[in-house]
Design a binder for this molecule. Sequence first.
Ligand SMILES: Nc1ncnc2c1ncn2[C@@H]1O[C@H](COP(=O)(O)OP(=O)(O)OP(=O)(O)O)[C@@H](O)[C@H]1O
Ligand code: SF4
Ligand SMILES: [Mg+2]
Length: 394
Amino acid sequence: MWCAAICIRFAPPPNPLPTLWEKGSQKGNLNRLPHPILPPSPTAWGKGIGGRGLMLLSVEDLHVHFPLGHGQVVRAVDGVTFAIERGETLGLVGESGCGKSTTGRAILRLIPPTSGRVVFEGQEISGVSPSDMRTLRRRMQMVFQDPFASLSPRMTVGQIVAEPLEIHRLHANRRGREERVGALLESVGLPQAAVRRFAHEFSGGQRQRIGIARALALDPDLIILDEPVSALDISVRAQVVNLLQDIQERSGIAYLFIGHDLSLIRHVAHRVAVMYLGRIVEIAPAHDLYTDPRHPYTRSLLAAVPVPDPARRRERAPLEGDPPSPIDIPSGCRFRTRCPFAQEICARDDPPLLPIEVTGGGAAARPSHRAACHFANTLPVWDASKAADTVIKP
Ligand SMILES: Nc1ncnc2c1ncn2[C@@H]1O[C@H](COP(=O)(O)OP(=O)(O)OP(=O)(O)O)[C@@H](O)[C@H]1O
Ligand code: SF4
Ligand SMILES: [Mg+2]
C-alpha cells in the first residue's frame, strides 16, 4: 500500500530555480578519490544515480563517543565508513539508537567526531577553521525529522527561509533576497503569500516543505535528511518524498536519507547502508540489498517489513529483542547476541566490511556490495517468502 502510495508523482514546480537546477556538476573538485568502500568504476553503482562517478562525500572510520563519567562511554558511532557520489541518495537504516542521527550530525560537525575523517569534495573537514567550516556548511545542509520543533515559532516563513542567505551574506540587497525566497517557496510548492505567515499556521507536510526550502536556500550539494517524513501523515509523505526526488533530478543534489521504513528507503535510495550498534554492517545498491541481503541483521530487518499478503505475513516473525547497549558492545561481531547463525569465531573476531562473492560466480567479488559477517558468502540463499527462517532469536 505504502509503496503504491509513494509512487504517485506530482507535477514539477513551474519555475525551477536557475541557480539550483543548472549547477549540475559544475562546482568544485570533480576528481575521483580512492576510497575503501567505493567501487573503482561508476558502472558498479546499481541504478546509476547521477551516474557520473563523482565523489562528493567520504566518511572514513568515523567514531563519535559520549563519555558518561565513571569510565562509561556511549559508543554511538563506532567506526563508520561510506561514501556518497554527486546526485546520489544513500539510505541509512537501522533500529532506533544505532547511531544514524549522530552520524549525520557528526558529518556536519554539529557534534564533534571523536576520530575519523570526513572528506567533502576532496577537503578534509575535521581540521578546517571555523570560517572555512561556515563556507562548507553552505554546501551541506540538514533537514530534521520534526517539522514542528525545527522551525522557529517567532519568525515568519520568509524570515526562516531568508535567514541562511543573511547569515552567509548572499543577495545583499533586500529585493534580491525576496526574489530568492519567493523562488524557493515556489520550488517546494508553497504559495508566495506564505512569506508573511508563521510556521505554526501550516500543516506538517507544509512545514517540512519550509524546512526543505530553507535547506535549499544556499544551493547545497548535499542534504542530510534525518527521517524527513517520519513525523508526517502517510498521505503527505508521498508528496514530500516526490518533491525531494524532483529536486534531485533537477539539481543533481545528493542526499543521505536516514530512515526506519525499509519500503520507503527502497523507493528513494540508490544505495542503502544498514547500521547496527554504531557500525555499518551491510552496504549495497538498493536492488542488491533487498534481493540478496548477506548480513543476518539485514535479513531480520527485511523479515520484519510488513507485507500485504496475509498468508505470507503468518510465516514472518517480527524483529525481536533489543540491541545491546552502546556502552557495552559485545566482543567480536556486535550482532552475535541476536544472530541465529552465530558460531565460535563470531565472539572472537570482529568481521570487517568486505565485498561479497557473487552467487554462482565462483570467487568473483561484487565490490559495491559489502557485508560485515564471517558467513556472508555461505548463508542460505535468501528467499523473501520464507523470511521467518532468518529472524533474530528471542
Ligand atoms: N549527547 C549524547 N550523550 C549520550 N548519549 C547520546 C547522545 N546523543 C546520542 N546518544 C546515544 O547514542 C546512541 C545513538 O543515538 P542516535 O540518536 O544517533 O540514534 P538513531 O539511530 O538516530 O536513533 P533513532 O532512530 O531513534 O533516531 C543512542 O544510544 C543515544 O542514546
Ligand atoms: S559474524 Fe557471526 S554473529 Fe555476526 S552476523 Fe555473521 S554469523 Fe552472525
Ligand atoms: Mg535519529
